[in-house]
Design a binder for this molecule. Structure first.
Ligand code: SF4
Length: 287
């Protein structure tokens, strides 16, 4: 049986970088406090806690410990409060998110209303919005926009779908062209999500069965499952290697594995090892 891994899967480089920075800081400075979870994966958070990275209690400033900002970034008020209270900041904001924040601020400074195509409750979007000093709005549909827009700058949540972003912009232009005098478009998309989906699609075409590894509440992991199913591949979604069932692999020559963006490499390695173990010990039923 051949095991084939998707060419792009798991943590994006922005999250890998953030974890590395936090682990190094915790090693050098002792316990540090993270402003929110770095990945939507309880296993990852538990491992980080063992290494000295603890979750902040709500939005509270830690007393006497450094505060780590996650890859999603944060608004200017967080930096200001930390400065005022003498709290050291470990900033792991992804550079692509920082670019988005800078554009949002620059556009507002130039008098534009900033429209963010994205989920207003997502941490990255909340952070970018905070840089607009109340002159920004996050929406996923044109109908949610306020009336009387004049000078508009449109940016996107980094992980939005490129086709949907393009569609949003073209609808904005078509439906609000009478009132918009100036429109600036800044492409702030990150290609990680689309690249991982494309890799899952390719994988699904060349294997007999796909195992998708990732949290059940992770939207992008579930999306990978859908993409593989769309390609007609028999697909199973698991969080841990222990959930693998030998019957899924019966008579399969090529098994594909992919993983959501919040899945660490070691979780994938455990799945590969478990499949090899099951094959070697004769656990997989023969046709
Ligand atoms: S912007 Fe892209 S690389 Fe950065 S954290 Fe988000 S998904 Fe990862």
């Amino acid at each position: 049986m051949e095991i084939i891994l998707a060419r792009d899967m798991g943590f994006c480089w922005g999250v890998r970088r953030a974890i590395e920075i936090m682990e190094r800081a915790a090693q050098e400075k002792g316990e540090i406090i993270s402003l929110g979870p770095i990945a939507h994966n309880p296993l990852v958070m538990a491992k980080l806690e063992e290494r000295g990275v603890r979750l902040a209690n709500g939005g509270e400033m830690p007393q006497g410990r450094p505060l780590a900002i996650t890859a999603h970034g944060a608004g200017p008020e967080v930096y200001q409060r930390a400065r005022e209270q003498g709290v050291e900041i470990i900033d792991t904001t992804c550079p692509i998110v920082t670019r988005s924040q800078r554009w949002a601020k620059r556009m507002v400074d130039q008098g534009f209303t900033v429209v963010i195509f994205g989920d207003a409750n997502h941490r990255e979007v909340r952070g970018v919005l905070a840089w607009t000093q109340g002159k920004g709005i996050a929406v996923t549909d044109i109908s949610e926009l306020p009336p009387h827009l004049s000078r508009v700058a449109v940016i996107s949540q980094t992980t939005q779908n490129p086709d949907k972003f393009a569609d949003f912009v073209s609808r904005l232009l078509k439906e609000r062209v009478d009132e918009i005098h100036e429109l600036r478009l800044v492409n702030t998309l990150c290609n990680v999500t689309s690249s991982q989906q494309e890799a899952a699609r390719e994988l699904a075409r060349e294997v007999d069965v796909v195992i998708v590894v990732g949290g059940r509440s992770s939207a992008n992991t579930r999306h990978l499952v859908e993409v593989c199913q769309e390609e007609g591949a028999e697909t199973y979604h698991i969080e841990r290697a222990e959930e693998l069932e030998p019957g899924w692999l019966q008579g399969r020559q090529r098994v594909g594995i992919t993983a959501g963006a919040s899945t660490p490499d070691w979780a994938v390695e455990e799945v590969v090892a478990r499949i090899r173990e099951m094959a070697a010990s004769g656990l997989i039923p023969q046709d």
